[in-house]
Design a protein around this ligand. Structure first.
Ligand SMILES: Cc1ncc(COP(=O)(O)O)c(C=O)c1O
Length: 357
């Protein structure tokens, strides 16, 4: 168990049951039918029309992302990704010879997407817009106006719109899925069991295609081939995932209320540290992304992070690891207990104050 969070018992039991009942064979490549039905219901409830046939179960969102990027873009093509952004979006694109182009998000406006910047970066080589909502590393949630604008832009420019909603139920505010606004645009939602169901090591995720989008036919065929190529996702874990979706959901409420308390604690401490700045509270996920003020005299975020690690044994992630737009920031994870966070924040505070000397 990490930081007091553990996979719900009924989900663990379902996994054990599946193994003991010898459900240890390959599953259908697109995923176990009953799981695809449960996923289709979950995602349809968020707004997009999703049938079981529109779902492909994957070994985590990570595999989903690789399948989608390698299917939609050729070497030399471009995909638009949020700046800052969860790093595998950059890496999976580059591995396929595809150029990730970061669009700006506005820190002082709750990391709202700068739609003018995004539109200005669309070229003849652009194939897709990627969105992470809620976002890692900023914890931002997209507003409805932006969601509509994204769908309109994708439709106007014939682009795929791929939305990672892996933190959709780890939210401290209202969350709206892109699914509400998709109409017949080629929208793909990526999601998984790692975060909301505390199953990171079990490796299960999925891809959902907008049922009403004919423009997704080619992508569906390609993803289907890639799914067959790697035979199937883990069968006992798929059995457990059915239980995760159909069984009690109480752990989510408990997890979110504990995380909210931790977020508020970290925010309060950061507010009191002169030298790092937070303009908005994260509204989802479990990350916080403060700015390193110029007054501290650091030339790079990596230098700040290494100095902090060496002098205080506190590890945070340097912001430019999330793309160039994350520079002069760092990412803190507020999953640990308040006691552990208190110790880390005390050390951070001492470190920042000593940096002024
Ligand atoms: C935005 C985002 N997408 C995907 C993942 C990885 O998901 P999975 O464990 O399903 O591969 C993470 C993990 O941190 C994440 O933050």
């Amino acid at each position: 168990m990490l930081y007091g969070f553990s996979t719900p018992k009924h989900v663990k039991d379902a996994m054990i049951r599946a193994v003991l009942e010898d459900k240890n064979y390959y599953a259908e490549s697109e995923g176990v039918r009953e799981l695809r039905e449960a996923i289709a219901e979950r995602e349809s409830a968020k707004g997009m029309h999703v049938m079981p046939e529109d779902v492909v179960v994957t070994n985590g969102v990570s595999e989903a992302l690789d399948m989608v990027i390698s299917s939609i873009a050729e070497p030399g093509d471009e995909v638009l990704v949020p700046g800052p952004c969860y790093p595998p979006y950059l890496s999976y694109a580059r591995v396929r010879g595809v150029r990730p182009v970061e669009y700006a998000t506005l820190e002082h406006e709750a990391w709202r997407i700068d739609m003018d910047d995004l539109k200005g970066k669309i070229t003849s080589k652009t194939r897709a817009i990627f969105v992470i909502n809620p976002n890692n590393p900023t914890g931002s949630i997209l507003d409805e106006h932006t969601l509509k604008a994204l769908v309109d832009t994708a439709a106007e420019h014939n682009l795929y719109l791929v939305c990672d909603e892996i933190y959709d139920r780890i939210v401290f505010d209202n969350f709206t899925s892109i699914g509400r606004y998709v109409r017949d645009t080629p929208v793909v939602i990526l999601n998984g069991f790692s975060k909301v169901y505390l199953m990171t090591g079990w490796r299960l995720g999925y891809i959902c295609f907008n049922s009403n989008a004919r423009a997704l036919d080619g992508l569906r065929a390609s993803v289907g081939k890639l799914a067959r190529l790697r035979l199937s996702a883990n069968t006992p874990v798929q059995m457990a995932a059915i239980e995760a979706l159909r069984g009690p959901q109480d752990h989510i409420y408990d997890m979110v209320s504990r995380l909210k308390e931790r977020r508020d604690y970290v925010m309060k401490r950061l507010d009191a540290i002169h030298g790092v700045s937070m303009y908005v509270k994260p509204r989802g996920a479990f990350y916080i992304f403060p700015r390193i003020d110029a007054s501290l005299g650091y030339r790079s975020d990596a230098e700040f992070v290494i100095d902090l690690l060496k002098s205080k044994n506190v590890l945070v992630v340097h912001g430019s690891g999330f793309g160039s737009m994350g520079s002069m920031h760092f990412r803190l994870v507020f999953l640990p207990s308040i006691e552990m966070l208190e110790d880390a924040m005390n050390r951070l505070e001492e470190f920042v104050h000593s940096s002024y000397k």
